[in-house]
Design a binder for this molecule. Structure first.
Ligand code: ZN
Length: 229
């Protein structure tokens, strides 16, 4: 089984070490997520551990977890995260609905990209779920003039669905890009994490060499020794 966190879990984009078990890393923004997918939508799909086993673990148990993930994955600034947390405390029922909607979109994203990674057509149900959620996200985009010209940006107000919008946009961009063929499913039988294989000879097999790759090496070593003995 995957054991992530304090020892072997590489921290997200800032490269800092994780703060230990769930809850202990609250100062750094909650559970230390691994941001290794190479695209925001894949990192959202990768918030479940041991997905294909009976010991599935979902790291997005609360709206607060979702905000922590959004910040660590680079989808939210610290100020945006703080604004969403305040809003969620004021309207917990709406925050729960927003989390449920995000998890539904996440499962559709996983179903679509895991199928593509295995050279299969995604199920019509997963595509329909995705397509139903998409307009609500893209309709929020605003044209903004920055220093270098115009850009598409999300509105400033703390809308509780704010975390899933950029993930849906990321999934759309990936589905319609040439990088779709670089999607891989981790080679570990218990993992099911997704990533973009941007390695030079496209030979990356593991979501994270330190976790899944290392466990595979240990297991091979054990089997070799047992075979020799
Ligand atoms: Zn893995």
């Amino acid at each position: 089984m995957r054991q992530r966190g304090s020892e072997d879990g590489a921290r997200g984009s800032d490269g800092a070490q994780g703060g230990g078990a769930k809850g202990a890393g609250a100062a750094a923004g909650g559970h230390p997520f691994e941001i290794t997918g190479g695209a925001l939508c894949l990192d959202l799909a990768n918030t479940v551990d041991n997905r294909p086993t009976g010991r599935r673990r979902d790291y997005l148990a609360t709206y607060d977890d979702l905000v922590s993930w959004g910040m660590q994955a680079g989808a939210l600034t610290r100020d945006e995260a703080a604004g969403l947390r305040t809003r969620a405390r004021r309207d917990p029922a709406q925050a729960r609905r927003a989390l449920a909607g995000t998890l539904k979109a996440r499962e559709a994203i996983f179903a679509i990209f895991s199928a593509e990674a295995q050279g299969r057509r995604p199920s019509p149900e997963a595509l329909a779920t995705f397509e139903t959620a998409l307009p609500g996200a893209l309709a929020r985009l605003r044209l903004r003039r920055g220093a270098g010209g115009y850009e598409l940006a999300w509105p400033d107000e703390p809308h509780l669905d704010r975390v899933v919008w950029p993930a849906l946009r990321s999934a759309t961009e990936l589905l319609t890009s040439a990088e779709l063929r670089l999607i891989r499913l981790c080679a570990s039988e218990t993992c099911d994490w997704l990533f973009l294989d941007r390695s030079r000879n496209q030979s990356r097999r593991w979501c994270n060499m330190k976790v899944c790759g290392n466990r595979h090496k240990v297991r091979e070593h054990y089997l070799r020794r047992r075979g020799a003995g």
